[in-house]
Design a binder for this molecule. Sequence first.
Ligand SMILES: NC(=O)c1ccc[n+]([C@@H]2O[C@H](COP(=O)([O-])OP(=O)(O)OC[C@H]3O[C@@H](n4cnc5c(N)ncnc54)[C@H](OP(=O)(O)O)[C@@H]3O)[C@@H](O)[C@H]2O)c1
Length: 237
Amino acid sequence: MYALVTGADHGVGLALAGQLAERGYFVTACRFDEKETAIDELAAAHPGQMQVLNLNIGDDESVRLMAQTVTASTPCLDLLINNAGILGDMTRTVGDDLDFDEMLGVINVNALGTLRVTNALASHVCRSTQKMIVNISSEAGSIQDCWREGWFGYCLSKSANNMQGALVQNALKKQGVLVLQIHPGHVATYMRGHLDTTASVTPEESAAGILRTALDTPHELSCPPAYLDFQGNVLRY
Ligand SMILES: NC(=O)c1ccc[n+]([C@@H]2O[C@H](COP(=O)([O-])OP(=O)(O)OC[C@H]3O[C@@H](n4cnc5c(N)ncnc54)[C@H](OP(=O)(O)O)[C@@H]3O)[C@@H](O)[C@H]2O)c1
């Protein structure tokens, strides 16, 4: 079985890569920052079960090169996990000096970056029998349960992530591809630029829950795709 995880430098992505290898997958672990070596150590601990590629999902050429390597080195992709993401500004609200270029950068990674990767690898996913795409979204993408007054780039990008997941699901259902939108929980990672000590979930707990929810639970192929948290609870779009 073949899996690919984006944003596997650290945090939830690194934990997903390790747990997928433990489950017997051959994992293509994509890291953003070449200087991050945790994934190299993980690959060394799982000889023959992991390849590490550099990937910027915000860049067309980087995604094209990654897809070229993946399609040449693996027969198919059973599980694509679009995990990479960035946070952006959390402080400004309407009426403040909003930075629209910064927001566009967040949307380019979280929403368009996810679609870039899926678009480049969709035919490889269709070569598999499992045919699963998991987009690591967020509860922040829910419009019905929106409570924030800012985080514009992040919330907009995760709503758009949910929409691209729905469009991809509509388009690929004929080929039997299952798309899931999963919120990983409030996880203690460095996404805020420092360890988020207010978070209650470890990356390992989040990854284990995501994989249980995606792989160990039966799913109907539904449009729009199921929008779940890492414990399998249903979220509202
Ligand atoms: N932590 C939470 O509470 C929480 C809650 C809801 C949703 N999420 C989602 O969960 C996912 C994982 O986040 P995390 O908490 O594990 O944070 P994280 O540790 O910061 O992980 C994000 C990963 O994405 C990588 N990345 C950033 N920009 C990228 C780009 N342009 N191309 C490719 N990779 C890029 C990061 O690399 P570098 O760090 O090396 O730059 C890092 O490896 C994200 O999609 C996030 O939105 C997290």
